[in-house]
Design a protein around this ligand. Structure first.
Ligand SMILES: Cc1cc2nc3c(=O)[nH]c(=O)nc-3n(C[C@H](O)[C@H](O)[C@H](O)COP(=O)(O)OP(=O)(O)OC[C@H]3O[C@@H](n4cnc5c(N)ncnc54)[C@H](O)[C@@H]3O)c2cc1C
Length: 390
């Protein structure tokens, strides 16, 4: 069978552009199609890229000049604080505004905007992608990098599971309040009624993120709620926390970013079918508690491209890709699910908090065992996977 020459990548978030860059490096022509009508700043404020994600980005020649390193991570529960030991010989987490990450990616790869995939028709030796505007394009392979609400996942398997709501809505802001923390510190805070995280921002103020326990709400409905009303709701949950309450109170009007429902993907039975395959959140969103969603998406994008480079048979390439990735991503997801249980205390979870917290602390105190395998993962781009497998 002829080697793959053309690839249509659906989704211009994080996994899509990285897949296209890696395919290009592998000598395969890739075009990215994104449903948004124009470039956006990306959803939400800041995002942490883990050392494994930074290393995978390096393979495709993307660096993060506007990121700031996190050298110190602290767990705060009520008045107790525990500093998480750093992993020896591993670089720091890199915090970056999504708009800067998107700019770094979009400057390296062309994205076709206003192209919402609605269908895909398999044909002889390829797939025809059908877009909402009536356009159709044909490629040897179609890659779904279209996020947790993936259309490609449904096209591959109409019975595929959908994303699961974690029970939390996400908010972000940059408060002018200065917290007494060293630059490069990130605090993971378990307040009286909810979880939040914060840290000093280079240039002043404090960047914070909130995971508010809340019944499910679509992003459109969440954004339709007046910001002042959200501030009131957030203060009901975090008002008594320090500095959580003050971070919210000092936030200028209109500066609250509503990121909407936090989801995770349960294991996806079918990662590929025929000439269609999934990458990124579309197939393995581990919930934001892992701090690995973006990094795993970047890794998967690079390894998928490597498989298409090294295996001439598409089916073999996809099987090898799933073999490389599935165990790893599902392990990270199960760790994150345990943390989520602690972060979203419902009536039962709240009662369990004193029991869950020491367990969580023990995990947190041994990051080498938990985080080592996640953050030390490095892709060997040079090795030919087919020869290695043989
Ligand atoms: C509040 C929040 C905080 C987070 N913080 C972190 C963090 O600190 N560290 C971390 O590693 N991860 C974090 N994550 C997770 C991270 O954002 C995701 O793992 C990452 O964005 C996945 O990238 P992706 O490209 O697979 O999906 P996305 O970034 O969701 O991109 C998918 C793209 O596909 C497009 N699309 C969808 N459907 C179609 C269609 N039919 N046709 C064409 N285009 C389509 C969408 O418009 C979107 O642009 C966080 C997530 C949230 C919600």
């Amino acid at each position: 069978m002829a080697r793959v020459r053309t690839v249509a990548v659906i989704g211009g978030g994080i996994a899509g552009p990285v897949t296209a860059l890696a395919l290009r490096k592998a000598g395969i022509e890739a075009t990215v199609y994104e449903s948004y009508p124009a470039p956006t700043d990306g959803v939400g404020g800041a995002i942490a890229v883990a050392p494994n994600g930074v290393a995978a980005l390096d393979i495709v020649g993307v660096d993060l000049p506007r990121a700031w390193p996190i050298h110190r991570q602290v767990m705060s529960i009520g008045h107790k604080r525990v500093q998480l030991p750093a992993l020896a010989g591993v670089g720091p987490l890199q915090m970056i505004h999504r708009r800067d990450l998107h700019q770094s990616l979009a400057s390296s790869v062309e994205i076709n905007y206003g192209k919402r995939l609605v269908d895909a028709v398999p044909g002889r030796g390829g797939v025809t992608a059908v877009f909402a505007d009536g356009d159709e394009i044909r490629a040897d392979v179609l890659i779904g990098a279209d996020g947790v609400h993936s259309t490609v996942r449904r096209l591959i398997d109409p019975a595929a599971p959908g994303p699961r709501y974690t029970g939390m809505l996400a908010f972000e802001g940059r408060s002018p309040l200065e917290v007494p923390e060293e630059p490069g510190t990130m605090i993971f805070a378990f307040g009286k009624r909810g979880y939040y995280l914060y840290g000093p921002t280079p240039g002043g103020g404090t960047t914070f993120g909130i995971n508010l326990p809340h019944p499910p709400l679509t992003i459109t409905s969440a954004r339709a709620v007046p910001p002042a009303k959200w501030t009131e709701t957030l203060l009901e949950t975090y008002g008594e926390d320090s500095p959580g309450g003050d971070l919210i109170r000092r936030l200028p009007a209109g500066e609250l970013t509503v990121n909407g429902a936090l989801h995770l993907m349960p294991p996806v039975p079918h990662w590929h079918r025929g000439r269609m395959v999934l990458v990124g959140d579309a197939v393995h969103a581990p919930s934001n508690s892992s701090g690995q969603g973006a990094s795993l998406s970047i890794e998967s994008a690079v390894e998928l491209a490597q498989c298409l480079r090294d295996f001439t048979d598409v089916g073999e390439a996809f099987t090898h890709y799933e073999g490389l990735r599935r165990r790893r991503v599902e392990k990270v997801a199960s760790r994150a699910a345990r943390t989520n249980g602690v972060k979203a205390p419902g009536p039962v979870g709240k009662a369990l908090l004193p029991i869950l917290m020491p367990i969580f602390m023990r995990i947190a105190m041994n990051p080498e065992r938990v985080l080592g395998p996640e953050q030390r993962y490095r892709i060997d781009w040079v090795t030919d996977l087919r020869s290695a497998a043989a």
